[in-house]
Design a protein around this ligand. Sequence first.
Ligand SMILES: Cc1cc2nc3c(=O)[nH]c(=O)nc-3n(C[C@H](O)[C@H](O)[C@H](O)COP(=O)(O)OP(=O)(O)OC[C@H]3O[C@@H](n4cnc5c(N)ncnc54)[C@H](O)[C@@H]3O)c2cc1C
Length: 490
Amino acid sequence: MTDPKDSTSHETGRHAVRLPGPALAALYLGVVLLPLAVALFGRAAPADPWEHAAAALGMVAVVAMAVQFVTSGRFDRVSRHLGIDKIMAFHKIAAWWVLVAVVLHPLFYVLPTWLDAPALGRERLEVYLTLPHYRSGVVAWAAFALLLVTSLLREKLPWRYETWRATHLPLGVLAVAGSLHHAFAAGRFTSASPLPPIWLATGVAVAAVVGVLYGWRWFKLHRHPWTLASVSRVADRMWQLHVEPAPGTPPLIYRAGQFVWLTVGRRRFPLLDHPFSLSDSPLDPGTRLIIKEVGDFTSTVGALVPGTPIGLDGPYGEFVLEGSDAEAVILIAGGVGIAPIMGLLRDMLARGERRPVRLAYAVGAPANFACLDEIEAARTRLDLHVLLLSESSAPDYRGEVGRLDRQRLTTLLEGLDLARSVVLMCGPGGMVTAVSDALLDVGMPMRRILYERFDYTAGSSRQDRRRTRRFAAIGAGLALGVAMFALAAS
Ligand SMILES: Cc1cc2nc3c(=O)[nH]c(=O)nc-3n(C[C@H](O)[C@H](O)[C@H](O)COP(=O)(O)OP(=O)(O)OC[C@H]3O[C@@H](n4cnc5c(N)ncnc54)[C@H](O)[C@@H]3O)c2cc1C
């Protein structure tokens, strides 16, 4: 069995290159705009700039749709550059500019006619939408629209989360396959430029992604099973699962604070997996997971029987302390957000952390606190100050009552050099947003505030808004590329 201590840095890619944001943005723009650059080498018939813009939008939509498969948070090599929270936010925002491109694509073709003679413009649009020659494009269009609508309305649809996921992938594949067929069947630049190899490569890349996700990973989940060693109740509707590698399964090489996708039972199909943080130190060959009951799957974990086969796919995420040059560590947990925080804390204990550590742990009611004995014991071995906060009180509760406001944060951070400290925060969306902004108000630099949310909500903290503005600039870059192509090709 490999000693996790020996292989951590190598296997987890700790020293792997992490591209900075501007380099990632340039890479994205380069990939999505590549077909336009290639199309310029072709000899398509001269046309109106609007028609060239229409063609460019179609080309951009195909590649941007394909890229969505790798920004889905399931590829650590992609998400490690930004972290899961940001990569999922990008995935959602990019879907909007794909939609804009897909909607404008047919409209721009008919726009010049429409402006001259509206009736004729409508007739042309009708032809595009009904002629068999364009059918694959219409199918792709409809599949993407349906994908976006079902994603936007996911919380309101009477579907299980798994049902939504089961439709998301086939709709995405249909949208890309339909658009690629449409590019070959009707693409004005495809037949007159060196574009076909690009479309073929796009199709192969998407097929490979689906193969890795649902073929290779399914195989690995069965080849390297884990076993449930024990389940214990740690708080109201909260369970701690201790899982261990089955004989022959190598230990999981990860960094404290990361997460895995977990499947339970004999089927262990990746479509049925759920993300959970690793609440342990990588120095332990097994691992613990803290899970809160919130729905169909999580409500069953308390009744799982030791010996149940478990599948773990991971590790993922950048909610880690490893590699940080900070002189002090501030951990903030809200509710089940304690799961990765316990992973970080247990790892600090295992590694004999010497830096000052401050922990703020906030819950709705005292019955929701988990692992309090362990946190209390950690105070004797670490330079650890703990603030326990509950929104309501109980007879034997001795912590503070209320929320983690600016005043409490100021007290928590007293004596620390904020520019040389780091915050790792995990909790419900609302709390993360409020506390992140409050941390900025008390002088914490934004780049020193790291957070992870469990619900992928974009949120609206100042940090989120800055991120959204940066992502919007990438969308604007695509629009500029389309406009330049339209002018250059005309
Ligand atoms: C990076 C990350 C780490 C997480 N770590 C933990 C943890 O350590 N402990 C913990 O208790 N919870 C954690 N969660 C949340 C956990 O994954 C969901 O609570 C769980 O998947 C809900 O499943 P369900 O079938 O019980 O609920 P459902 O009734 O199916 O869904 C309830 C809500 O949970 C969300 N959800 C459901 N399934 C998934 C899924 N496969 N992926 C993402 N979101 C989903 C959806 O927003 C859904 O609306 C984490 C989530 C993420 C994204």
